[in-house]
Design a protein around this ligand. Structure first.
Ligand SMILES: N[C@@H](CC(=O)c1ccccc1NC=O)C(=O)O
Ligand SMILES: [Zn+2]
Ligand SMILES: [Zn+2]
Length: 205
Protein backbone atom coordinates (compact mmCIF):
# COMPACT_ATOMS: atom_id res chain seq x y z
CA UNK A 1 0.00 0.00 0.00
CA UNK A 2 1.53 3.32 -1.10
CA UNK A 3 1.46 6.28 1.26
CA UNK A 4 2.18 9.77 -0.05
CA UNK A 5 3.89 11.88 2.58
CA UNK A 6 2.50 15.43 2.33
CA UNK A 7 4.34 16.74 5.43
CA UNK A 8 7.20 19.23 5.44
CA UNK A 9 10.27 17.80 7.19
CA UNK A 10 11.02 19.52 10.51
CA UNK A 11 14.70 20.50 10.68
CA UNK A 12 16.52 23.44 12.21
CA UNK A 13 16.37 25.04 8.74
CA UNK A 14 12.57 24.72 8.36
CA UNK A 15 11.32 28.29 7.88
CA UNK A 16 9.07 29.84 10.54
CA UNK A 17 6.83 32.86 10.70
CA UNK A 18 9.10 35.91 11.02
CA UNK A 19 10.26 36.10 14.64
CA UNK A 20 8.71 32.77 15.62
CA UNK A 21 10.43 29.79 17.27
CA UNK A 22 12.37 27.47 14.96
CA UNK A 23 12.26 23.68 15.30
CA UNK A 24 15.00 22.50 17.66
CA UNK A 25 15.69 18.93 18.66
CA UNK A 26 18.36 18.28 21.22
CA UNK A 27 19.49 15.18 23.05
CA UNK A 28 18.85 16.74 26.43
CA UNK A 29 20.03 13.76 28.45
CA UNK A 30 22.61 11.76 26.49
CA UNK A 31 23.26 8.07 26.90
CA UNK A 32 26.78 8.90 28.09
CA UNK A 33 25.20 10.60 31.11
CA UNK A 34 22.01 8.63 31.70
CA UNK A 35 23.87 5.36 31.31
CA UNK A 36 21.13 3.72 29.23
CA UNK A 37 19.28 6.01 26.80
CA UNK A 38 19.33 9.21 24.75
CA UNK A 39 16.43 11.42 25.88
CA UNK A 40 15.37 14.15 23.48
CA UNK A 41 13.81 17.54 23.94
CA UNK A 42 11.71 19.33 21.35
CA UNK A 43 11.22 23.10 21.05
CA UNK A 44 9.20 24.59 18.21
CA UNK A 45 6.36 26.88 17.28
CA UNK A 46 3.18 24.98 16.57
CA UNK A 47 2.89 26.94 13.30
CA UNK A 48 6.14 25.63 11.83
CA UNK A 49 5.81 23.13 9.02
CA UNK A 50 2.69 21.02 8.49
CA UNK A 51 0.18 21.65 11.27
CA UNK A 52 -3.43 22.10 12.28
CA UNK A 53 -4.74 25.32 13.80
CA UNK A 54 -7.04 24.87 16.80
CA UNK A 55 -9.69 27.63 17.08
CA UNK A 56 -7.88 28.88 20.23
CA UNK A 57 -5.11 30.11 17.87
CA UNK A 58 -7.31 33.04 16.81
CA UNK A 59 -10.14 32.95 19.39
CA UNK A 60 -9.44 33.08 23.15
CA UNK A 61 -12.63 31.08 23.76
CA UNK A 62 -12.08 28.58 20.94
CA UNK A 63 -11.40 24.86 21.22
CA UNK A 64 -7.86 23.83 22.09
CA UNK A 65 -6.00 20.95 20.45
CA UNK A 66 -7.06 18.20 22.84
CA UNK A 67 -10.72 19.14 22.17
CA UNK A 68 -10.51 18.88 18.37
CA UNK A 69 -12.88 16.40 16.65
CA UNK A 70 -10.47 13.65 15.53
CA UNK A 71 -12.70 12.15 12.84
CA UNK A 72 -12.15 15.21 10.63
CA UNK A 73 -8.44 14.42 10.30
CA UNK A 74 -8.90 10.86 8.99
CA UNK A 75 -10.92 9.91 5.93
CA UNK A 76 -11.78 10.63 2.33
CA UNK A 77 -10.27 13.85 0.94
CA UNK A 78 -10.23 15.50 -2.46
CA UNK A 79 -7.14 17.31 -3.79
CA UNK A 80 -7.99 20.16 -6.17
CA UNK A 81 -5.49 22.15 -8.27
CA UNK A 82 -6.04 25.91 -7.87
CA UNK A 83 -2.50 26.93 -8.81
CA UNK A 84 -1.67 30.18 -10.59
CA UNK A 85 -4.12 32.35 -8.65
CA UNK A 86 -3.35 35.20 -6.24
CA UNK A 87 -6.36 34.28 -4.08
CA UNK A 88 -9.20 31.73 -4.01
CA UNK A 89 -12.89 32.56 -3.77
CA UNK A 90 -16.17 30.84 -4.56
CA UNK A 91 -15.73 31.69 -8.29
CA UNK A 92 -12.53 29.67 -8.49
CA UNK A 93 -14.26 26.50 -7.26
CA UNK A 94 -17.64 27.03 -8.91
CA UNK A 95 -16.84 24.65 -11.79
CA UNK A 96 -15.51 21.87 -9.55
CA UNK A 97 -17.67 19.02 -8.30
CA UNK A 98 -17.47 18.98 -4.50
CA UNK A 99 -20.50 16.81 -3.82
CA UNK A 100 -19.87 14.39 -0.97
CA UNK A 101 -16.51 16.01 -0.12
CA UNK A 102 -15.85 16.57 3.62
CA UNK A 103 -12.10 17.17 3.42
CA UNK A 104 -10.75 19.44 0.71
CA UNK A 105 -7.05 20.01 0.03
CA UNK A 106 -6.18 22.99 -2.19
CA UNK A 107 -3.00 22.79 -4.21
CA UNK A 108 -2.05 26.46 -4.66
CA UNK A 109 1.64 25.91 -5.47
CA UNK A 110 2.27 29.44 -4.16
CA UNK A 111 5.13 28.51 -1.78
CA UNK A 112 7.81 27.81 -4.35
CA UNK A 113 10.94 27.78 -2.17
CA UNK A 114 10.48 25.43 0.79
CA UNK A 115 13.71 26.62 2.45
CA UNK A 116 12.47 30.20 2.88
CA UNK A 117 9.29 31.62 4.40
CA UNK A 118 7.20 32.94 1.50
CA UNK A 119 6.92 36.70 0.89
CA UNK A 120 3.42 36.31 -0.51
CA UNK A 121 0.95 33.43 -0.63
CA UNK A 122 -2.33 32.55 -2.24
CA UNK A 123 -5.01 33.42 0.34
CA UNK A 124 -8.76 32.81 0.71
CA UNK A 125 -11.35 35.47 -0.09
CA UNK A 126 -14.23 36.02 2.38
CA UNK A 127 -16.86 34.40 0.14
CA UNK A 128 -15.07 31.03 0.25
CA UNK A 129 -15.98 29.80 3.79
CA UNK A 130 -19.79 30.07 3.29
CA UNK A 131 -19.46 28.47 -0.16
CA UNK A 132 -17.45 25.53 1.23
CA UNK A 133 -19.79 25.08 4.21
CA UNK A 134 -22.75 24.93 1.81
CA UNK A 135 -20.96 22.08 -0.02
CA UNK A 136 -20.45 20.20 3.25
CA UNK A 137 -16.68 20.77 3.66
CA UNK A 138 -15.49 20.38 7.29
CA UNK A 139 -11.71 20.36 6.88
CA UNK A 140 -9.69 22.58 4.56
CA UNK A 141 -6.01 21.92 3.90
CA UNK A 142 -3.56 24.12 2.00
CA UNK A 143 0.09 24.04 0.92
CA UNK A 144 0.81 27.47 2.44
CA UNK A 145 1.47 28.63 6.04
CA UNK A 146 -1.79 30.58 6.35
CA UNK A 147 -5.29 30.84 4.88
CA UNK A 148 -5.08 34.65 5.18
CA UNK A 149 -2.63 37.10 3.61
CA UNK A 150 0.61 36.95 5.63
CA UNK A 151 0.34 40.56 6.83
CA UNK A 152 -3.31 40.20 7.94
CA UNK A 153 -4.07 40.90 11.60
CA UNK A 154 -7.86 40.58 11.28
CA UNK A 155 -7.58 37.03 9.86
CA UNK A 156 -10.92 37.05 7.99
CA UNK A 157 -10.42 33.60 6.46
CA UNK A 158 -9.48 31.96 9.78
CA UNK A 159 -12.56 33.48 11.45
CA UNK A 160 -14.83 32.86 8.46
CA UNK A 161 -13.87 29.18 8.28
CA UNK A 162 -14.34 28.83 12.05
CA UNK A 163 -17.79 30.49 11.93
CA UNK A 164 -18.77 27.96 9.28
CA UNK A 165 -17.48 24.96 11.23
CA UNK A 166 -14.49 24.33 8.93
CA UNK A 167 -11.19 23.24 10.52
CA UNK A 168 -7.78 24.28 9.13
CA UNK A 169 -4.73 22.24 8.08
CA UNK A 170 -1.75 24.33 6.91
CA UNK A 171 1.72 23.94 5.45
CA UNK A 172 1.04 20.80 3.42
CA UNK A 173 3.45 19.73 0.70
CA UNK A 174 1.34 18.88 -2.34
CA UNK A 175 3.87 19.38 -5.18
CA UNK A 176 4.00 15.68 -6.07
CA UNK A 177 0.29 14.96 -5.60
CA UNK A 178 -2.02 14.53 -8.58
CA UNK A 179 -5.45 16.10 -8.05
CA UNK A 180 -8.09 13.51 -7.17
CA UNK A 181 -9.55 11.43 -4.38
CA UNK A 182 -7.51 10.00 -1.52
CA UNK A 183 -7.72 8.99 2.09
CA UNK A 184 -6.14 11.59 4.38
CA UNK A 185 -4.52 10.88 7.73
CA UNK A 186 -3.29 14.03 9.55
CA UNK A 187 -3.98 13.61 13.25
CA UNK A 188 -3.07 16.33 15.75
CA UNK A 189 -1.22 15.31 18.90
CA UNK A 190 -3.24 15.16 22.13
CA UNK A 191 -1.87 18.51 23.38
CA UNK A 192 -3.72 20.00 26.34
CA UNK A 193 -4.44 23.72 26.07
CA UNK A 194 -2.61 24.18 22.76
CA UNK A 195 -3.43 26.41 19.78
CA UNK A 196 -2.74 23.66 17.24
CA UNK A 197 -0.37 20.79 16.60
CA UNK A 198 2.25 19.60 14.18
CA UNK A 199 0.93 16.65 12.15
CA UNK A 200 2.37 13.91 10.00
CA UNK A 201 0.05 14.22 7.02
CA UNK A 202 -0.22 11.37 4.52
CA UNK A 203 -2.49 10.46 1.63
CA UNK A 204 -3.30 7.05 0.23
CA UNK A 205 -5.19 6.28 -2.95
N1 LIG B 1 -2.39 32.70 11.74
C1 LIG B 1 -1.21 32.09 11.18
C2 LIG B 1 -0.05 32.11 12.09
C3 LIG B 1 0.31 33.48 12.50
O1 LIG B 1 -0.35 34.44 12.20
C4 LIG B 1 1.53 33.61 13.26
C5 LIG B 1 2.24 32.49 13.64
C6 LIG B 1 3.39 32.61 14.38
C7 LIG B 1 3.85 33.84 14.75
C8 LIG B 1 3.16 34.97 14.38
C9 LIG B 1 1.98 34.85 13.63
N2 LIG B 1 1.27 35.95 13.27
C10 LIG B 1 1.75 37.22 13.49
O2 LIG B 1 1.12 38.18 13.10
C11 LIG B 1 -1.60 30.73 10.79
O3 LIG B 1 -2.16 30.66 9.75
O4 LIG B 1 -1.49 29.77 11.52
ZN1 LIG C 1 -1.12 27.85 11.85
ZN1 LIG D 1 -3.66 29.46 10.39
Amino acid sequence: MKLYDISRPLTKATPTWPGDTAFQYTVNWPKSESGSVNVGKLVMSIHTGTHVDAPFHFDDHGKTTLELPLDLYVGAARVVDVSGRASIGADDLAGIDLSGVTRLLLKTMSWSEPETFPAEICYLRPDLPPFLAEKGIRLLGLDVPSVDPLESKELPAHHGLHQHGIYILEGLLLDAIEPGDYELIALPLALSGADGSPVRAVLRR
